[in-house]
Write a protein that binds this ligand. Sequence first.
Ligand SMILES: C[S@@+](CC[C@H](N)C(=O)[O-])C[C@H]1O[C@@H](n2cnc3c(N)ncnc32)[C@H](O)[C@@H]1O
Length: 364
Amino acid sequence: MDGDEINSGDVYADVIFLKVMKDDAEPIRRNLIENGFLRFDTTILTESDTVSFPVIKGISEEQLNFIQYPSATPVSISVKRVPLRPKKITNFRDMIDIPEEYHKFLPSSWDVVGEIILVKLSDEILPFKRKVAGALIDTHRSIRSVYRVIKVSGNCRVRELEHIGGVENTETTAREFGVIMELDVTKVYYSPRLATERWRIAQQVEEGERILDMFAGIGPFSLVISRHARPATIQSIDINPEAIRYLERNIKLNRIENMKFHQGDAALISKKLSYKYKFDRIIMNLPHSSVDFLPGALACSKRNSTIHLYLIDEIDRIDDIVKDCISKAWALGYSIIEKGRVNVRSYSPVQTNVCIDISVDGIS
Ligand SMILES: C[S@@+](CC[C@H](N)C(=O)[O-])C[C@H]1O[C@@H](n2cnc3c(N)ncnc32)[C@H](O)[C@@H]1O
């Protein structure tokens, strides 16, 4: 490694550090990781108000600007000579002892939920599932359990899992942008892959907004918003009693005071709420069937409300689905327009997960 030196057993190197204000640190850390810019072989440095992230060599100023969120204060960049951690094998493909011809069937991604890894495996690699689990544990410092995802099913979108390595424990604590959330991965739906999306929504919330989270699960959207913005109130609905049990616990754990929760069908509860309240922002994160719940969301809206409608469908069908929503809303007396569209993640080779940001333009 260029410029590294060995000194009485320690390896030192000149490392580029990106200094940011502590309040901006979490989204920037995530962004650095997502873009592959963060160095893991040395320590993140913290001072009273700032955090300095070690970043890879060769990163351009343009790339660093790209990782900053609009709200982030300007960063400073400096080079410091620091000790490096001894090299560890970090790629689980290098650890795993299986015949070479099976390497092409190894998973290329998995979900880290607290101390648990959830991974989908192809049929070809199933005979080696315990080896896969062992290698994942060996290469992820904080992981204690690995479960194979068999399928996600039912209304509650709960995963059917098989324990394939580490300790058998399905309860864990996930962390997102300074929020902690307890959950049992066999009883509720939670995906860490939406963390950046939840942050995007939280960034849009203005002081005093009334928010409705129609499919809240254990509460990640509601909690991140409540923690990082200043809404007047958030009402969260979920049909799964277990999700509501964890949501209640997570509200207490994070000492949130402006959230209310309701267990039941969002179609019915939103209608009931609409007699009493109108909301500035409505989150509809049930991507396979959110469109069916549009009447309830519209009933809870007022002029200029924003609806975040999540969809999973074939890329080519999204435009038609949006057009259909606009005409259904029109028939109910609401004029809605698409304000923006964000690709949340690719879901399968042909399907995508998008968020349509809708504005309620008028109500007749
Ligand atoms: C895709 S998950 C999203 C959970 C959460 N928003 C998140 O980001 O992790 C959808 C949630 O909707 C809930 N759900 C499904 N049908 C529902 C309905 N008719 N009314 C209320 N909640 C429902 C499920 O229990 C599940 O927790």
